[in-house]
Design a protein around this ligand. Structure first.
Ligand code: SF4
Ligand code: SF4
Length: 105
C-alpha cells in the first residue's frame, strides 16, 4: 500500500473506539464482549497508544480486509462498508464460556 493509500485508509476511521473491545472468534462467528482494551480511553473512545498500537498492545490486530470480513467491526463502521459484505458481530451474553480465539480490533 502506498503512503497516500495508507493515509486514505487511516482517514476512514472515526475513532469511535467501538472495535477496541475484546472479541472472541468461535466457530467462524465473532462475539463482542464488554471488556475494553486497557489502552482505550473509554470516555473519549480514543486509543492512548494509537501510533504505536501494534507494538504497545500485542493482540491489537491490523485492520486488513481479511480480518474485517470475519465480522469484527460494527456494521456502520466505514471500513466494513468499504470492503463489501461483512458479517455483523454478535453481543457476548456472558452466559457461556467460549473457548475461541481472542483478539481486539
Ligand atoms: S469501529 Fe471503525 S470507525 Fe470506530 S474506531 Fe473502530 S475502525 Fe474506527
Ligand atoms: S491498542 Fe488497539 S485495541 Fe487497544 S485501544 Fe488501541 S487500537 Fe484499540
Amino acid at each position: 500500500m502506498s503512503q497516500s493509500e495508507s493515509e486514505a485508509w487511516e482517514a476512514l476511521c472515526q475513532r469511535c473506539g467501538r472495535c477496541c473491545y475484546e472479541k472472541i472468534e468461535f466457530e467462524g462467528e465473532v462475539y463482542y464482549t464488554d471488556e475494553p482494551c486497557e489502552k482505550l480511553e473509554v470516555s473519549s473512545g480514543l486509543c492512548t497508544v494509537y501510533e504505536n498500537r501494534h507494538l504497545a498492545r500485542p493482540g491489537c490486530a491490523a485492520l486488513t480486509p481479511e480480518i474485517i470480513r470475519l465480522g469484527v467491526l460494527p456494521a456502520d463502521c466505514p471500513y466494513a462498508s468499504r470492503v463489501g459484505p461483512c458479517k455483523a458481530p454478535h453481543p457476548w451474553t456472558g452466559d457461556e464460556q467460549l473457548p475461541g480465539r481472542r483478539f481486539r480490533k
